[in-house]
Design a protein around this ligand. Sequence first.
Ligand SMILES: C[S@@+](CC[C@H](N)C(=O)[O-])C[C@H]1O[C@@H](n2cnc3c(N)ncnc32)[C@H](O)[C@@H]1O
Length: 175
Amino acid sequence: MSARLVLDSGCGTGESTQFLARALPDCTVIGVDKSLARLSRTGAQCFPHVEDNAVWLRADLTSFWRLAQQAGWQLERHYLLYPNPWPKPGQLQRRWHAHPVFPALLELGGRLEMRCNWEPFALEFAASINHLLGVHVAPAEPPEQPVLSPFERKYRRSGHRLYSVVVVVDSGRVK
Ligand SMILES: C[S@@+](CC[C@H](N)C(=O)[O-])C[C@H]1O[C@@H](n2cnc3c(N)ncnc32)[C@H](O)[C@@H]1O
């Protein structure tokens, strides 16, 4: 297993983890999700489950990110593909960029990419990153191909506009 780590946080059915592992054979790609029902779609019965350079884990990300940060993990890449949007105003603090764990997530470093289908979420995500890192990133449209995950496929098929926020995180700059 390579020490070059890629995290696929909220990997759902794990399809994106497998795609990324094949695309990045010199990295260990770790898909994390809390849902056993979704992870079981990988075909595995118990977790962690390893196939070549892909690992699927069942964990709550709020704990996982904090533990990884405390252990000094530094990532090559970090994907947040179509995280739960928590669209109601009262749910703001559940969105990852407004959650107390967000600085720990950023301290994991690497090239961070978040994709979603809701412009306010993408704008907020970018604003939170800009505030915490002192950078100036903005949402852009991700490439149509390759499709990275089942949610991306679903949204593409139904004609949704998609947003991607990408930043290369200097973990020493997290405020
Ligand atoms: C909308 S789905 C997107 C799944 C996949 N990334 C995709 O694009 O197809 C969001 C996923 O995040 C997972 N999730 C949400 N909160 C989580 C948490 N605190 N810890 C781990 N997984 C979480 C859910 O179980 C769900 O599988």
